[in-house]
Design a protein around this ligand. Structure first.
Ligand code: GLN
Ligand code: ZN
Length: 759
C-alpha cells in the first residue's frame, strides 16, 4: 500500500482567521488565551481537512513563520530580545515585528529580525541570527502539545521540522563568526528532540532540507553528510524532504545521507527520479511530490498514473505520495469560490482539492484505476476542456507572439541622442523632481472604488469622483513645484490586479489568499489564457491628468515581468511565452499613451529580481526573456518619448548588465536606506542612462529634512554625474498620509533648488 501524506497545510485559515486574530491581539483587543484558542481551532480544522491522509503533518502551524518557530524551538533568541520584558509569546512577536502588541505587554520598540524571501517563493521568513556565542536550548513544549492535540483526534502524525543545515544556511552571522561552527551544538539539540519524539511513540519525522536544490559550496555538502550521519542514529525514522527544484549534482549526496526516506519534488525534478530510485537502499522510502504545491491547476491524474505505475511496481510500499512542497503557497479551498466562472473553476485545485487528488492517485495504485474510475474521468474531462477551450487559446495572439523580432525591442536612437531630443520637448531643470506614481490612498478613495464595485456608483459617477481625486493630486503637485507629475493612481487597488482585470486571460479569486509574511496575505491573480488587451486601460485617466497641467504628466504602467511574477501562471506553456504575451499587450498601451500626447511613460518592474531562479547557472536564461519582454513593452516609442522604469529593491550588483539592457531613459530605485552605496554598481558598470535614486524612505512616517536629501544627492553625485540624476522618493506614496507627503515633498523640492544653485 502507498502511504499518502502532506508536507504542510496553509496556516492562515480559509477565512484568514489567523490574520484577524493576530491583528486583534497586537491591538490589544483579544487576550493571548483567545489567540491561542483561534490557533487551536485552526489546527483542528486543518487536521480534519487532512484526515484522509495516512500521516498528517504536525509542527507546520505557525503564528508567524516556521523559521522563527525553529529559532524559538532551539532557544536561539537574539540577546536584545531576551532583555525585554514579557512572556515568550511577546518575545516571539518582538522578533517578528519589533513589538509585541497585546494588552499587558510593553510597547517599547526593539529592532525586529530581518525578513527575506523563502527560496524562490513569495513567502518571507525571519532570518535567524547567529554569533559565535549562540547557544541552543531545546524547548519542545509547544510542539509536544500540538502532537498531543493531533493524537487526541486519533490521527496518525508526522512531525515536520526545518532541517538543521538549511536552518543554519538561512541565517546570518551578526559578527564575523562562521555559522557552520554551530552545527555540532545544534545537532545535539536535534538529537534530543528526536529522542523525545520517539518517546512519544512517533515513528517518522520529516526534516526539510530544501537547500539540496541549490548550488552548494563544498562545506555545506559536508555539513549535510555529517549532520545526517549523526541524526539517522536517532530512534525515529527520518524523511528528508527537498522541494522547489532539481537536485542535479546533489543527487550524489543522497546515498551518503543514509536516512530512512527522501521526499523529492516530482514536479520540478521528475526526470531525476529514475536516477534517484537507482540509488535507493533496500529499505529506504521514496516520497514523490506529484501534485504541484506552487500553483493552482488540477493535476493530470491519468498522466501522473501512467508515470507512477511502473515506479510503484518497483517500490511497492516504499512509495509515498504527497504534494511537491508544503501547501503553504496555495489558497485553502476552491469550494469557496462561488463567484468564479464555473468553467475556469473546473480547471483549478486549491490545497484541499490537491490532497483529494493525492488520495485518488494512491487509491488507483493500491486498488487499480477502476476503483477511482469516476474521479479519473471527471478529472480528464476538465483537463480536456481546458486544453481545447478557446478562452485559453487565441490563435491571433499566438501568431502575434511568434512574429516578435528583436527589432521590436530596440529604441531607434542611442541614449545620448534621445536625451537631447527629449530635453528639447520637456525642458526640465537640472536634477528634475518627480514621484514614483501613487499618492495617498485615502479612506475616501477606497470608498469610491468599493461603492463602484458594489454597483452603488454608476460608471459615470465613478469616473467623475476619480477625476476629482486626480485633480486634487495634480493641484498638490503643482503647488509643491514638482517637475514631472503623476496622476496618483487612485483607481488602482493594486498594481497587478488593476491591469489583470482589464486584460483578457486573467481571472480573480475571491478568497484565494496566500500568506506572504506574518499576518500579511496576497491574492495572486490567475493567468489562465492567452493575454490580450481589448481596449486602452489608462489612457483616459492619464490624458485627463495631463489636461490639467502644463508640466509633463507621466503615464504609469506595470511591466510584463512583474505582472507575471506576482500571478499564478498557466502551466501549459513556458513562463517566457506568457511573459511575451503580456509584453505585447502592455506595449499597445504604451503606444496608445504616446499617441495621446503623453511624453513620459513609466513602466514599473518591482518584481523583476524576484523571478531569478534558485540556481545562478540558470539566471541568464531567465534574464534573457525577462529583459526582452520589458524591451518589447517599452521600446516601440519614438526617441522623443521618455521611458522610465521603477524597481523597489536595492541589490543590483549581480544583474546590472541586464538592467542596462532594458535601456530605460530613467530608472528610479530604492536607495535611501543604503546611503546611495548601491549606486556603486551603476558606476562600476558605467551605466549610461539616467537614474533617480530614492532620497527618502516611504515606509517610515518620518519627514525627511532638506539637509538629509541634499546630503544624499551629494553622495549620489560621487557615483553618477549630476546631469543624469533625478530626485524622487524611494517608492510610491500610497500607504502614507497627505499630512506626511506634503512636507516631505516640499523638502525634496527645496533640496533640489539648493542643489541646482550649487551646480
Ligand atoms: N507606481 C507604483 C506606485 O507608486 C509603484 C509601486 C511599486 O513599484 N511597488 O505605487
Ligand atoms: Zn517601489
Amino acid at each position: 500500500m502507498v502511504t499518502v501524506h502532506n508536507l504542510g497545510f496553509p496556516r492562515i485559515g480559509v477565512k484568514r482567521e489567523l490574520k484577524f486574530a493576530l491583528e486583534a491581539y497586537w491591538q490589544g483587543n483579544i487576550s493571548s488565551g483567545e489567540l491561542e484558542q483561534t490557533a487551536q481551532n485552526l489546527r483542528q480544522c486543518h487536521w480534519q481537512n487532512q484526515s484522509k491522509l495516512d500521516l498528517v503533518p504536525v509542527g507546520d502551524f505557525s503564528y508567524y513563520d516556521h523559521v522563527l518557530d525553529t529559532s524559538f524551538l532551539f532557544g536561539n533568541i537574539p540577546s536584545r530580545i531576551q532583555q525585554q520584558q514579557g512572556e515568550k509569546l511577546d518575545h516571539y512577536f518582538q522578533v517578528a515585528r519589533g513589538r509585541s502588541g497585546g494588552k499587558n505587554s510593553c510597547l517599547c520598540h526593539v529592532a525586529a529580525g530581518e525578513m527575506t524571501k523563502w527560496f524562490d517563493t513569495n513567502y518571507h521568513y525571519i532570518v535567524p541570527e547567529f554569533t559565535k556565542d549562540t547557544r541552543f536550548v531545546l524547548n519542545s513544549q509547544i510542539l509536544l502539545d500540538q502532537l498531543k492535540e493531533a493524537k487526541k483526534k486519533g490521527l496518525k502524525t508526522k512531525i515536520v521540522l526545518l532541517g538543521p543545515v538549511t536552518y543554519l544556511w538561512l541565517g546570518k552571522e551578526q559578527d564575523k563568526s562562521d555559522k557552520l561552527a554551530l552545527l555540532p551544538a545544534l545537532l545535539e539539540q536535534y538529537q534530543a528532540l528526536l529522542q523525545e519524539l520517539a518517546e512519544q511513540g512517533e515513528s517518522w519525522v520529516q526534516l526539510d532540507e530544501p537547500i539540496l536544490v541549490t548550488e552548494l559550496a563544498e562545506e555545506w555538502k559536508k555539513a549535510l553528510v555529517s549532520a545526517y550521519k549523526v541524526l539517522k542514529q536517532a530512534p525515529i525514522y527520518i524523511l528528508l524532504a527537498t522541494y522547489f527544484g532539481k537536485l542535479k549534482e546533489n543527487i550524489a549526496l543522497l546515498p551518503e545521507l543514509g536516512v530512512q526516506g527522501f521526499h523529492i519534488d516530482a514536479i520540478n525534478a521528475r526526470d531525476e527520479i529514475p536516477a534517484i530510485i537507482k540509488q535507493l537502499k533496500d529499505k529506504q522510502v521514496l516520497s514523490l511530490g506529484v501534485v504541484n504545491g506552487r500553483n493552482i491547476w488540477k493535476t493530470d491524474l491519468n498522466a501522473t498514473l501512467e508515470w507512477l505505475e511502473p515506479i510503484y511496481a518497483i517500490l511497492k510500499k516504499r512509495l509515498w505520495l504527497a504534494p511537491s512542497c508544503s501547501l503553504l503557497h496555495v489558497p485553502v479551498d476552491l469550494e469557496r469560490e462561488s463567484k468564479m466562472d464555473a468553467e475556469i473553476r473546473s480547471w483549478l485545485s486549491f490545497a484541499i482539492q490537491k490532497l483529494d487528488e493525492i488520495t485518488v492517485l494512491a487509491k488507483a495504485l493500491n486498488e487499480g484505476r477502476e476503483s477511482v474510475k469516476e474521479a479519473l474521468s471527471s478529472n480528464q474531462a476538465c483537463l480536456d476542456n481546458r486544453r481545447q477551450s478557446n478562452r485559453v487559446h487565441n490563435d491571433k495572439i499566438k501568431k502575434l507572439c511568434q512574429s516578435i523580432t528583436s527589432e521590436l525591442g530596440n529604441r531607434k536612437g542611442a541614449y545620448a541622442d534621445r536625451m537631447e531630443l527629449q530635453q528639447k520637448i520637456l525642458n526640465l531643470p537640472l536634477l528634475p523632481t518627480t514621484t514614483i506614481g501613487s499618492f495617498p490612498q485615502t479612506q475616501n478613495i477606497r470608498q469610491i472604488r468599493s461603492q463602484f464595485r458594489k454597483g452603488e456608483l454608476s460608471l459615470n459617477e465613478y469616473g467623475n469622483r476619480m477625476k476629482e481625486a486626480i485633480a486634487y493630486c495634480v493641484e498638490q503637485q503643482e503647488s509643491l513645484g514638482l517637475d514631472v507629475l503623476v496622476h496618483g493612481e487612485p483607481e488602482r487597488n493594486d498594481m497587478v490586479e488593476y491591469f489583470g482585470e482589464l486584460l483578457q486571460g486573467y481571472v480573480f479569486s475571491q478568497q484565494g489568499w496566500v500568506q506572504s509574511y506574518g499576518s500579511r496575505c496576497v491574492k495572486p491573480p490567475i493567468i489562465f489564457g492567452d493575454i490580450s488587451r481589448p481596449e486602452p486601460m489608462t489612457v483616459e485617466w492619464i490624458t485627463y491628468a495631463q489636461s490639467l497641467t502644463a508640466q509633463p504628466m507621466k503615464g504609469m504602467l506595470t511591466g510584463p515581468v512583474t505582472m507575471l511574477n506576482w500571478s499564478f501562471v498557466r502551466d501549459d506553456q513556458p513562463r517566457s511565452e506568457t511573459c511575451y504575451q503580456l509584453a505585447m499587450a502592455i506595449r499597445q498601451e504604451v503606444l496608445d499613451l504616446e499617441k495621446a500626447g503623453i511624453r513620459i511613460i513609466q513602466i514599473d518592474e518591482a518584481a523583476l529580481r524576484e523571478g531569478l531562479p534558485l540556481r545562478r547557472s540558470e539566471w541568464q536564461r531567465y534574464l534573457d526573456w525577462a529583459i526582452r519582454s520589458f524591451r518589447i513593452t517599452a521600446n516601440g516609442v519614438k526617441d522623443q518619448t521618455q521611458i522610465h522604469t521603477h524597481m523597489c529593491y536595492s541589490e543590483f550588483n549581480d544583474i546590472i548588465a541586464a538592467i542596462a539592457q532594458m535601456d530605460a531613459d530613467v530608472i528610479t530605485i530604492e536607495t535611501s536606506r543604503s546611503h546611495m552605496e548601491l549606486l556603486k554598481a551603476f558606476e562600476e558598470f558605467e551605466y549610461p542612462n539616467s537614474i533617480g535614486p530614492g532620497v527618502y524612505d516611504i515606509h517610515s512616517p518620518n519627514i525627511p529634512t532638506v539637509e538629509s536629501i541634499v546630503h544624499l544627492i551629494h553622495q549620489a553625485e560621487k557615483y553618477i554625474p549630476v546631469q543624469r540624476l533625478w530626485i524622487n522618493p524611494d517608492c510610491g506614496l500610497k500607504t502614507r498620509q497627505w499630512s506626511e507627503v506634503i512636507p516631505s515633498l516640499k523638502n525634496m523640492v527645496q533640496a533640489a533648488q539648493i542643489l541646482r544653485e550649487e551646480y
